[in-house]
Design a protein around this ligand. Structure first.
Ligand SMILES: O=P(O)(O)OP(=O)(O)OP(=O)(O)OC[C@H]1O[C@@H](n2cnc3c(O)ncnc32)[C@H](O)[C@@H]1O
Length: 495
C-alpha cells in the first residue's frame, strides 16, 4: 500500500495523481517525467501569453489616418496643411474669378509637392479637403463666379491620388469655431475629464476676422446665430463666435482708404509714397455703395506717419451707434462679456511679432508709445532697417498695428487689464494655430463626442501588474510541485 502525498488545491486530483511517481521510480528526478515537462511548458506558455496580451491589449491603437490634407484657400493666399504644416504660398483663389481655370492651375505645383511628402502607400487613405474662407465668401456676392472657381479647383484636386473629400466655402461661424477647436485641442484643454477652462480664439485674416470664446454668461439664447454647440470628449461647450466679414486687415485698410481726403495717410510712414488705382479699392464688395460718382482712376498715396490720427481714422470704420442686445462689440453685433485667456493668431501674430509687441504684460500705454514711434519713423529708415521684409507688408505695419489695437480695445472691448489675457501665437506644439486642424479633426471624427473609456491604470501600470501576477502564478506553480518533488524523492513507505 502506498501513502499518497497531499495534493495542492491548485492541482486537480487526476493530474495530481498522475505526477506522483510510482515506488519503482524511487531516486529518479520527477521533473523528467513527460507529464511534468508538459505541465511546465504549458505553464510557461500561459505566463508568456499573459504578459504578451498585457503588452499588446492596452496599447494605443494606431490612428486610422496617418495623414490628412487641408487646403486653406484664404483671401490673400492658399496654404496646404499636411496634418501639421506644409505651407506653400500661391495667390488667393478668389483672385482668379475672371479666369477660374487658373485657380486649379495655381494649386497644381504645390499639390505635386504634397504628393512627394506623403508616402505613396498612404496616398489612397489620405483625406484631402479644401476649405475656402473670406475671399470666396466675398466672391459669393456674385455666385456664378465663386462656383466657377470652386469647380476649377475641384477638377484639379480630383486628379491627385488622395481621397478627395470636397471643396467648399466655410461659413464665418465655422472658421471661428474650428479655430477655437484647434487652439484648445493643441493645448490639451478638451480631453480633460473635468473640462479645463478653454482658451478663446482671435483670428485676423485678410478679408475677415473671428472672435470665439466660451462665456459663463452666454447660453445661446441671446443672439442664437452666434452660438455653436460642441460635445467633445464627453464635455458640452456652448461657444460664442462671430466672424466680421470685411474686417480682415486687407479689407479694413481699403475701407480706411475709401475716404477721398485720405490721400495723405497717417497710417503709413512719413516719406512713403505710391501711385494707386482707385478701382482696386472700389471693386471690393466691402465698399460697394461707397463709390463716389466721380473719382479719378489713380491717386497718390502719401504717408504722414501719425499714430493718433491713424487711430481716429481706423475707429471710423467701426459703428458703435446701435445695439439691440444687452451688449455689443461693434456694428450692432451681440458679444457677451469677455472671459478667460485668448490666443490671437494669423495676422495678429505676423504684425505684433514684427513690431516686437507680442509681450502682452507690457502696459498698454507702452505698447501704444512703441507703435507711435514706429509709425513716425521715416519710410527710408524703415526700409533700411528691414531689407529682408516684403515691402507690401513693411508699408502696412503701422496701419495693421493700429488696426489690431483698435479692434481689440474698441471693437471687442478688451480693457487694459484684460489685454494681458491675450497671447499672440503662431504655433502651439509645432502646429499652426488656425481653423484647418479643427476642420480636419471634425471631418475625420478624430475628436470623439464622448470621452473614450479610460483604462483603470496607465499602460505601464497595467503591464507591471500583469507581469507581477504572472510571476506570482509561476511561484505558486513551483510551490505546488515542490512538496510533490520532496516526497517523491523520499523512499516510499511500504506498510
Ligand atoms: O481668412 P481670410 O480672411 O480669407 O484671409 P487669409 O486666410 O488669406 O489670411 P491669413 O491668415 O493667411 O493672413 C492674414 C493676413 O496677414 C497677411 N500676412 C501674411 N504674412 C504676413 C507677414 O509676414 N507680415 C504681415 N502680414 C502678413 C496676409 O496678407 C493677410 O492679409
Amino acid at each position: 500500500m502506498f501513502l499518497f502525498p497531499v495534493c495542492s488545491p491548485f492541482l486537480t486530483s487526476p493530474s495530481c495523481l498522475s505526477v506522483f511517481p510510482p515506488p519503482e521510480m524511487k531516486g529518479k528526478n520527477p521533473w523528467n517525467t513527460p507529464t511534468t515537462i508538459i505541465i511546465t511548458v504549458i505553464g510557461i506558455i500561459a505566463i508568456v501569453a499573459l504578459v504578451t496580451v498585457a503588452v499588446l491589449q492596452n496599447r494605443h491603437l494606431p490612428q486610422k489616418y496617418k495623414y490628412g490634407i487641408v487646403l486653406d484657400a484664404g483671401s490673400s493666399h492658399t496654404s496646404v496643411y499636411i496634418y501639421k504644416l506644409c505651407q506653400i504660398y500661391t495667390v488667393g483663389i478668389s483672385s482668379y474669378a475672371s479666369a477660374p481655370w487658373k485657380a486649379g492651375e495655381s494649386l497644381r505645383a504645390c499639390m505635386q509637392d504634397v504628393e512627394q511628402q506623403v508616402p505613396k502607400k498612404r496616398h489612397r487613405q489620405t483625406p484631402l479637403y479644401l476649405g475656402a474662407t473670406a475671399g470666396m465668401r466675398l466672391l459669393k456676392y456674385n455666385s456664378s463666379m465663386s462656383d466657377g472657381v470652386l469647380q476649377a479647383v475641384e477638377e484639379a484636386l480630383q486628379k491627385f491620388p488622395f481621397s478627395y473629400q470636397g471643396a467648399r466655402i466655410l461659413s464665418g461661424q465655422e472658421e471661428g469655431a474650428f479655430g477655437w477647436v484647434t487652439v484648445n485641442y493643441l493645448d490639451d484643454r478638451l480631453s480633460q475629464v473635468c473640462g479645463l477652462e478653454t482658451t478663446g480664439a482671435l483670428d485676423l485674416g485678410g478679408a475677415s476676422t473671428q472672435i470665439s470664446f466660451v462665456s459663463d454668461k452666454y447660453n445661446g439664447s441671446e443672439s442664437p446665430s452666434n452660438s455653436v454647440n460642441f460635445r467633445l470628449y464627453g464635455n458640452d461647450y456652448n461657444l460664442y463666435t462671430h466672424s466680421f466679414l470685411c474686417y480682415g486687415k486687407d479689407q479694413a485698410l481699403l475701407m480706411t482708404q475709401s475716404v477721398p481726403e485720405m490721400l495723405n495717410d497717417p497710417c503709413f510712414n512719413p516719406g512713403y509714397t505710391a501711385i494707386k488705382n482707385y478701382s482696386k479699392i472700389y471693386d471690393s464688395p466691402c465698399l460697394s455703395g461707397w463709390k463716389p460718382q466721380k473719382i479719378p482712376t489713380h491717386f497718390t498715396h502719401n504717408g504722414t506717419g501719425n499714430f493718433q490720427q491713424c487711430q481716429r481714422i481706423v475707429k471710423s470704420i467701426f459703428n458703435f451707434t446701435h445695439c439691440k442686445y444687452s451688449q455689443c462689440s461693434f456694428n450692432g453685433i451681440f458679444q457677451p462679456s469677455l472671459q478667460g485667456q485668448f490666443g490671437a493668431f494669423s495676422a495678429y501674430y505676423f504684425v505684433m511679432s514684427f513690431l516686437n509687441l507680442t509681450d502682452t504684460t507690457m502696459p498698454l500705454e507702452a505698447v501704444k508709445a512703441k507703435l507711435a514711434h514706429y509709425c513716425s519713423t521715416p519710410w527710408n529708415q524703415i526700409k533700411q532697417q528691414h531689407p529682408e521684409v516684403n515691402e507690401k507688408y513693411l508699408a502696412g505695419y503701422c496701419f495693421s498695428g493700429t488696426y489690431i489695437l483698435t479692434l481689440l480695445m474698441e471693437g471687442y472691448n478688451f480693457t487694459s487689464e484684460e489685454y494681458s489675457n491675450i497671447k499672440f501665437i503662431k504655433k502651439i506644439k509645432d502646429s499652426d494655430a488656425g481653423w484647418t486642424l479643427g476642420y480636419m479633426l471634425n471631418l475625420t471624427n478624430m475628436i470623439p463626442a464622448e470621452a473614450p473609456d479610460s483604462p483603470l491604470l496607465p499602460y505601464s501600470g497595467y503591464v507591471s501588474l500583469v507581469t507581477i501576477m504572472a510571476i506570482l502564478l509561476f511561484i505558486l506553480f513551483i510551490l505546488c510541485l515542490c512538496p510533490l518533488w520532496t516526497r517523491c524523492s523520499k523512499q516510499p513507505e511500504i506498510v
